[in-house]
Design a protein around this ligand. Structure first.
Ligand SMILES: C[S@@+](CC[C@H](N)C(=O)[O-])C[C@H]1O[C@@H](n2cnc3c(N)ncnc32)[C@H](O)[C@@H]1O
Length: 273
């Protein structure tokens, strides 16, 4: 039987290429837009002081910092060393001791049931072997613990934005899009076997920029997947810039020349069985 799912060797090669993509630019410059989602996720999952919290694919540590402000015992992992360095700097600036490590979300170096809470904001969803990444989160979460996710939705700004990048740099064959996590059926398939309950809620967040042109410039300067798509687009680069401009304009709620981009995401809280 021919499978449309990549095998383990493919996943490893794809992971290496994706790591280079995420290491391109500097996601920390974009991460400010995720603060509101990280706060909303922590409010929904509600970790308490001394809870052991893992932030998966933490980037520069945005959700990890939110949990640390609650006096949680926090670990953050991401596979881009420069982002982990930035996360350490941010933690030091706030006087927190957070265990930040360079790690692949598909192979977590923690024993079973290490954490009370596992979080990810627009992070674990990008791992190419989605079931393995889901199984790893389930494995390291203790029975009765919580897994909380903020996930890009296929509809709205995230879906349109990711589809625009993919038009110029198509995803590798055999890999489901990150947006698969952004549906009730997708989350159920990936986490259902290891959870008692899964609650999904559609939420809205806003991103602020000086203008739509500024938003496009920020992404083409700092967001690895857009930079890679721009480089791959060759003689269609202006078309990509125009497409991004259109996507940001479509979701812009500001009327004063600045940009306030409305973004919808799926907020998931699952209880580990
Ligand atoms: C959109 S950014 C979000 C970062 C962070 N969670 C935030 O909200 O600011 C996606 C992050 O996922 C990380 N990432 C993607 N796939 C990963 C994997 N397989 N293992 C570890 N990190 C991964 C990237 O390096 C990047 O930092």
């Amino acid at each position: 039987m021919v499978s449309d799912r990549a095998d383990a060797a493919d996943f490893q090669a794809i992971t290496e290429r994706q790591k280079e993509t995420w290491a391109t630019g500097d996601f920390h410059e974009i991460a400010r837009q995720n603060v509101f989602m990280a706060e909303a996720l922590c409010a929904a999952v509600d970790p308490h002081a001394t809870d052991r919290v893992l932030d998966v694919a933490c980037g520069s540590g945005t959700a990890a910092l939110v949990a640390a402000r609650r006096y949680c015992d926090v670990t953050g992992i991401d596979y881009v060393p420069a982002l982990i360095d930035r996360a350490k700097q941010r933690a030091a600036a706030e006087g927190f001791e957070i265990d930040f490590r360079v790690v692949d979300a598909q192979a977590l170096p923690f024993s079973d049931g290490t954490f009370d809470v596992v979080l990810s904001v627009y992070g674990v969803q990008f791992a190419p072997d989605q079931q393995r990444a889901a199984d790893e989160m389930l494995r390291v979460c203790r029975p009765g613990g919580k897994i909380g996710l903020a996930t890009p939705l296929p509809e709205g700004w995230s879906g349109d934005f990711l589809a625009t990048n993919a038009k110029y740099m198509p995803p590798p064959p055999g890999v489901r899009p990150a947006l698969y996590w952004g549906s009730d059926g997708g989350v159920e398939e990936l986490l259902g076997a290891g959870t008692q309950t899964i609650q999904n809620e559609r939420r809205t967040t806003l991103q602020y920029y000086r203008s739509v042109e500024h938003a496009v410039e920020v992404f083409l300067t700092y967001f690895g997947p857009s930079i890679r798509a721009y480089n791959a687009a060759e003689d269609a680069r202006e078309q990509l810039r125009n497409d991004l401009h259109e996507v940001f304009t479509r979701y812009n709620r500001a009327t004063d020349g600045t940009a306030v981009i409305e973004n919808q995401y799926l907020l998931t809280v699952a209880i580990r069985s």
